[in-house]
Design a protein around this ligand. Structure first.
Ligand code: AMP
Length: 305
């Protein structure tokens, strides 16, 4: 059946203190599916673009065996655009603009043969659309969901409805604080889980990630990166690596979810090494495995005696 991915497909303009890029390939579904493609197939994307979406980007996704039958191309429409500017630490950013364009009237339609999808990654899009997707699914087993400050601030009630229906929520630390209205992350995590989220993952940028579930709190290490070029899409790439690994192994036990967190972080570390999706375009499963092992070794301690 494959992994179903729903999210934005975008043209991103990004500025860092050191460089910039205009109208590059971006979007939550794009990063998620490219990242997941190193673990598993088929990956089915449901999303929308305008007629202006470059054919070379379609080709790039297809070259990674990503099925785009569920990607609507709106005649005469303009693709979703987002622009962001990073501060000197490359950890924080300001959104310069968000142009929803074809997303404004987007109605996600899950093709009939994908409605029985068991594993679903709901990328960062309007929670109203995430709910419409959930309504079309017939007995999903494991739903992974991402969101961002834009929707936490603008569509909180709808987001709360989504949270009751997903298995895993992946957000970053500032989004967790915003969602819970609570500065302490441990307290915030408890409050968010009380909203109905079974498993919560809070990414802390270059400081690793925390996993909260009924039975455990797990802290995943951060990879010491010397080169960070563009953090855009790191969160979505994390979600893609996480989902791809879970789908590949078909194992939703807590121990395997911990491994998936490390795989998510592994993929995010490749993403930030280049602008846009460049860091995800020419990887191999072997390189992914090598870095996964590096991740594990960073926090491994031999027991004395
Ligand atoms: P991240 O850096 O992981 O938060 O993801 C950045 C990606 O999210 C960019 O490629 C954007 O195109 C996309 N994005 C930004 N704002 C939105 C939004 N409001 N809805 C959907 N996707 C968005």
């Amino acid at each position: 059946m494959g992994l179903l991915v729903v999210g934005s497909v975008a043209l991103d303009s990004v500025q860092t203190p050191f460089s910039k890029v205009d109208e590059a390939l971006g979007g939550s579904a794009t990063y998620i599916s490219l990242s997941a493609s190193y673990f598993t197939g088929p990956i089915h994307v449901v999303g929308v673009v305008g007629e202006d979406f470059p054919k070379s980007y379609i080709q790039l996704l297809e070259d990674h065996h990503i099925d785009l039958n569920g990607l609507q191309v709106i005649e005469g429409g303009k693709t979703f655009r987002w622009a962001g500017k990073y501060h000197y630490d490359l950890n924080t950013r300001d959104t310069l603009f968000t142009e929803l364009n074809v997303f404004e009237n987007f109605n996600p339609v899950i093709p009939d043969h994908l409605r029985k999808s068991r594993y679903v990654c709901l990328g960062n899009i309007d929670p109203v659309l995430q709910l419409r997707v959930l309504d079309q699914l017939d007995n999903p087993k494991f739903i992974i969901c991402d969101t961002m400050n834009y929707w936490i601030e603008g569509k909180k009630e709808e987001l709360f409805k989504v949270l009751k229906r997903v298995n895993v929520l992946i957000i970053n630390d500032s989004e967790a604080r915003l969602l819970a209205h609570e500065p302490n992350l441990i307290k915030a995590a408890k409050m968010i889980r009380d909203l109905g989220v079974e498993t919560l993952i809070i990414k802390k940028g270059e400081h690793g990630a925390l996993l909260f579930s009924e039975e455990t709190i797990f802290s995943a290490p951060a990879y010491p990166m010397e080169t960070i070029v563009d953090p855009t899409g790191a969160g979505d790439t994390f979600a893609g690596g996480f989902s791809g690994y879970i789908y590949k192994t078909q194992d939703t036990s807590i121990e395997n979810i911990k491994r998936a967190v490390i795989y998510g972080s592994t993929m995010a570390s490749f993403c930030v090494e280049s602008f846009s999706t460049k860091g995800l375009e020419n990887l191999s499963y072997l390189r992914v495995q090598d870095r996964y092992r590096d991740f594990l070794s960073i926090s491994h301690v031999d027991e004395k005696g």
